[in-house]
Design a protein around this ligand. Structure first.
Ligand code: MRU
Length: 367
C-alpha cells in the first residue's frame, strides 16, 4: 500500500491557484480565491482576522464542505493568536468563543464543525504548554487537515474512476472540484482521475440555481482542465437523461448521516429522483470528514436558509416582483435508497446503508 509520503509525491497542482493557502507563520494570513468573482476574475484575497473569515464563509467567497472546514481550521488560528502572550485560561476561553462563532457561519456542511472539533482536541492535547506553543500547534493542525484533504481527494478520484466506463456521459450538480478542497476535488476529482486514466467522458453541468455554482465554477474548472462539457439549466436534467446522454450522475456532499442520507446543494434530490426513474446510477463522492455518524438519518441535518435576494436578484438585476414571498433552502437531502454508491477515500460504499457505512467509515475516523 502507498505510504503517506508516496501519496504526497504523487500530488501535483491541479489549478493555477490553490483554493486556499496559509501564508507565513502564526502571524500570517489565509489567502483564498474569491469564488464570488469567478468565472470572470481569478482573484485571491487575504484574510487576516476571524471576522473577515466568517464573512468569506457566509458569503460563499470560500465554499463547499471540505474547503469551509479547512478555512475554519485556519480561522481558529486567526481568532486566538491575539491571546498567544496571555495565560492559558484566556486562550482556552477565546478558543471556545471563536469555535462557537465560526460554527454559526454556515450550518449544513459538517466538515466545518468537524474541523473545529479537531482544533479543540488539538488545543486540549497541548494543555499545560505556553499559549504561544498552543497557537503554533493549532496552525500545525490546520496544515495537517489541509495536507490530508489533498491525499483524500486523490484517493476518492482513484476509487471513483473505476465506476465510470469509457464513453460515459456524466451529469453533475453544483461544484465539487478543486475549488472546494485543498486540491483536485471530490466529484470532479473522480472525473479528473477517470480522464487521467484515458477514459473519454462528456460532462453535463447543471447550472445550479440560485447561485450558479455549476455555471460559474464547475464549468470554469472543466474548461480549465480541457474536459468536454455542456452546461444545462437545472430543469433540463430529466430530459437529457431520457435522450440517453447520461450514464452516471456524480455529486459531492455536505453531510452524510449514519444511514447514508445525504445533504447536498438544493436540487440534488430531484436529480437523484430523475436518475432513479431512468435507472442511471447516482453516486456521491465525499471524504470521511463529511460523514456525521452522530445522526441516524437525513431528517436531523440542519438545512441552511438563505436570503430571498439570491432568488429575486440572482442575475445582477431584479427578476421577481417586490413583495413576493420567497423560500430559499440552500441544501436538500437525498435519501440513501436512491444513491447507488458513496465513494470516500477508503473505497466505495455499496450498498449504501448503515452497516456498510459503519464498516467503511465508522471505525476509521481519525484522529
Ligand atoms: O453552498 P455551497 O456552494 O457551499 O454548496 C456546496 C455544495 O453543495 C457541494 O456540492 C458540497 O459542498 C460538496 S463539495 C465537495
Amino acid at each position: 500500500m502507498a505510504t503517506y509520503a508516496d501519496q504526497q509525491a504523487e500530488i501535483t497542482e491541479h489549478q493555477s491557484l490553490p483554493t486556499l493557502h496559509w501564508i507565513g507563520d502564526v502571524d500570517g494570513s489565509l489567502a483564498i480565491i474569491d469564488q464570488t468573482r469567478l468565472p470572470l476574475e481569478l482573484v485571491e484575497i487575504e484574510l487576516t482576522d476571524v471576522d473577515a473569515l466568517w464573512e468569506a464563509i457566509s458569503t460563499l467567497r470560500v465554499r463547499g464542505a471540505p474547503a469551509i472546514g479547512l478555512a475554519a481550521g485556519y480561522g481558529v488560528v486567526l481568532g486566538v493568536r491575539g491571546a498567544a502572550e496571555g495565560d492559558e485560561a484566556d486562550l482556552m476561553a477565546r478558543l471556545r468563543k471563536v469555535v462557537e462563532y465560526l460554527a454559526a457561519s454556515r450550518p449544513t456542511a459538517v466538515n466545518l464543525s468537524w474541523a473545529l472539533a479537531r482544533q479543540v482536541r488539538a488545543a486540549k492535547k497541548l494543555a499545560g504548554r505556553p499559549p504561544r506553543e498552543i497557537v503554533a500547534g493549532l496552525l500545525a493542525e490546520a496544515h495537517a487537515m489541509y495536507e490530508e484533504d489533498r491525499v483524500m481527494c486523490r484517493a476518492i478520484g482513484r476509487h471513483g474512476a473505476e465506476l465510470l466506463a469509457d464513453g460515459t456521459g456524466v451529469l453533475t450538480h453544483c461544484n465539487a472540484g478543486a475549488l472546494v478542497t485543498a486540491d483536485y476535488g471530490t466529484a470532479l476529482g473522480v472525473i479528473f482521475a477517470a480522464r487521467a486514466a484515458g477514459k473519454r467522458l462528456h460532462v453535463y453541468v447543471d447550472e445550479t440555481r440560485p447561485l450558479l455554482q455549476g455555471a460559474r465554477l464547475t464549468a470554469w474548472e472543466l474548461v480549465q482542465a480541457g474536459i468536454p462539457a455542456t452546461l444545462i439549466c437545472d430543469s433540463m436534467a430529466a430530459s437529457v437523461m431520457r435522450e440517453g446522454r447520461i450514464q452516471a450522475v456524480i455529486v459531492g456532499a455536505d453531510r452524510i448521516a449514519a444511514n447514508g442520507d445525504t445533504a447536498n446543494k438544493i436540487g440534488t434530490y430531484q436529480v437523484a429522483l430523475c436518475a432513479a426513474a431512468h435507472d442511471i446510477p447516482f453516486y456521491v463522492a465525499a471524504p470521511s470528514s463529511t460523514f456525521d455518524l452522530s445522526i441516524a438519518s437525513g431528517a436531523e441535518i440542519p438545512i441552511e436558509q438563505r436570503q430571498a435576494r439570491e432568488i429575486t436578484h440572482g442575475f445582477g438585476r431584479q427578476t421577481a416582483p417586490t413583495g413576493i414571498d420567497v423560500y430559499n433552502p440552500a441544501f436538500d437531502v437525498t435519501p440513501a435508497r436512491v444513491i447507488r454508491a458513496i465513494i470516500c477515500e477508503h473505497g466505495v460504499i455499496d450498498p449504501v446503508n448503515a452497516e456498510q457505512i459503519a464498516k467503511v467509515v465508522g471505525t476509521l475516523r481519525v484522529p
